[in-house]
Ligand binder design. Structure first.
Ligand code: AMP
Length: 473
């Protein structure tokens, strides 16, 4: 077994790791640290939760310390680009933590806050700069920073940069990098645009690929609960009565829904807050801090705001809305089961989301077990006899990205969303014809029956949700 001690990192780094209780490098660390220490370029296919930050931070710190020099004014020796402020801050914290016994200077710049302190921080020059692309370009435009003399460049979460529309900013930054440099590109998936960027950016890179989603999700106990869209909030409040849910992240598709869900929870007396792109940086940081230290038991988030959040001990992840991209589902549930712990992921699926569920199952190559013994179970959605078009905002936007796991895109069954309304109509006619009359209203008897069964709170059946793997479908 490889230990950190075997990786020949500088003593101040191994000391910091030992003090943090890190003994064994994760697979990406084992594979990426030696070639990065040698100065090679890296193509890392890995997502958050794999230990990827330390995989690039440790060798960068080692090399900066080994060739110690004062950075020139308004320059940085290593630059890490990250798609979100939260991730940028987290990466900068990791550099500061691992490098705390080295005399290196780290700075972090991102948008949404005043530029002045960031310009001040860059003035004397820094060893490590972590930045989001937009703010970095602004600062470069004002000559607060030059990339001349840069030694190492890291592009983290490259696929997310693409999703968030930052790829042109990234390319503008890349054009200003010195030709002579070490480069690492990390991405959870490898869509064509990122593969092409990697070809332009990297020189004979070492390719390291760890934990494709299908294996990452294995440690996470997943369940799907079929429920009408209008009942989701009630269901969530009901589930949250279970004290086993100590720290829960709830994902919604939209900012407005994040607000609505968090307001609903607050009204029900559940301490919560929402983070999304419309919240100020201060509000987001405050909510994260309160969630981290346990003052908030539930954090409601959109994908972008939650991306890369590194909070240990998230016991449950709720997919209040199912994402239209299976990779987002994998990222979301990866917020639990971090650093080797097991976690529980609970997805709500309404009549318009069954196609997304199928995409997710195809991508992860796993069936998500159904949990039906809850008061809001909708048998019609579960057995596919009740369908609805996907949410208006997403119609025609299923599986847009062309990553390697896009199997569903051209899959014969993949068009169900676009065919939503006609299929619903057809089904309705068939139901009438067969005398079933089964439609949305089928929820009522189910719910009433289950509610009776669930009297006395969610304790018992929630416990079985926590423990049971599968009740079949
Ligand atoms: P990352 O994938 O970089 O977001 O890291 C995921 C989490 O794993 C972070 O909380 C790290 O502090 C933690 N971590 C990283 N490397 C190790 C390691 N070798 N042993 C234990 N925990 C680690």
């Amino acid at each position: 077994m490889t230990l950190f001690a075997d990786l020949r990192l500088a003593e101040p780094l191994t000391r910091a790791l030992a003090a943090d209780g890190y003994e064994t490098p994760t697979p990406i660390q084992q594979q990426a640290i030696p070639p990065l220490l040698e100065g090679r370029d890296l193509l890392g296919i890995a997502q958050t939760g794999t230990g990827k930050t330390a995989a690039f931070a440790l060798p960068i710190l080692h090399r900066l310390a080994a060739a110690a020099r004062r950075p020139d004014r308004r320059t940085c020796r290593a630059l890490v680009l990250a798609p979100t402020r939260e991730l940028a801050l987290q990466i900068a914290e990791s550099f500061s933590r691992y490098g705390r016994f080295l005399a290196l200077r780290t700075a972090c710049v991102f948008g949404g806050v005043s530029e002045r302190p960031q310009i001040q921080a860059l003035l004397p020059g820094v060893d490590v700069l972590v930045a989001t692309p937009g703010r970095l370009l602004d600062l470069m435009g004002q000559r607060a920073l030059s990339l001349e003399g840069l030694e190492t460049f890291v592009l983290d979460e490259a696929d997310r940069m693409l999703d968030m529309g930052f790829i042109h900013d990234v390319r503008r930054i890349v054009r200003q990098l010195p030709a002579e440099r070490q480069t690492a590109l990390l991405s959870a998936t490898m869509p064509a645009d990122i593969a092409s960027l990697a070809r332009d950016l990297l020189r004979q890179p070492v390719r390291v690929e760890v934990t494709p989603p299908a294996t990452t999700v294995e440690r996470i106990r997943q369940q799907v609960l079929f429920v009408e869209a209008s009942k989701k909030r009630e269901l969530l409040i009901h589930l949250l009565q279970d004290a086993a849910i100590r720290r829960a992240l709830v994902f919604t598709r939209t900012k407005s829904n994040a607000n609505r869900v968090s307001e609903g929870l607050e009204k029900a007396g559940i301490a919560t807050s929402a983070i999304h792109g419309n919240k100020s940086q201060g509000a987001r940081q405050k909510a994260l801090a309160q969630f981290r230290d346990g003052r908030l038991r539930v954090l409601v988030a959109t994908d972008i705001a939650a991306r890369g959040i590194d909070i240990d001990d998230v016991t449950h992840v709720f997919n209040f809305d199912l994402p239209n991209e299976p990779e987002s589902y994998v990222h979301r549930i990866g917020r639990t089961a971090r650093a080797g712990a097991d976690g529980i992921a609970i997805a709500f699926c309404d009549a318009g989301e069954t196609g997304y569920l199928r995409d997710i199952e195809r991508t992860t190559r796993q069936k998500v077990p159904v949990f039906a013994a809850h008061p809001f179970h909708h048998a019609g959605i579960a057995d596919g006899s009740v369908t609805a078009p996907p949410p208006a905002s997403l119609q025609g936007r299923r599986m847009q990205r062309n990553g390697p796991r896009q199997g569903a895109r051209n899959h014969p069954g993949g068009g169900q969303h676009r065919a939503g309304p006609p299929r619903q109509e057809k089904q309705h006619r068939r139901d009438q014809h067969n005398g079933h009359g089964k439609g949305r209203h089928a929820a009522k008897p189910d719910a009433a029956r289950a509610r009776q069964a669930g009297q006395g709170g969610p304790g018992s059946w929630m416990r079985s949700l926590n423990e049971r793997q599968n009740d079949g479908r």
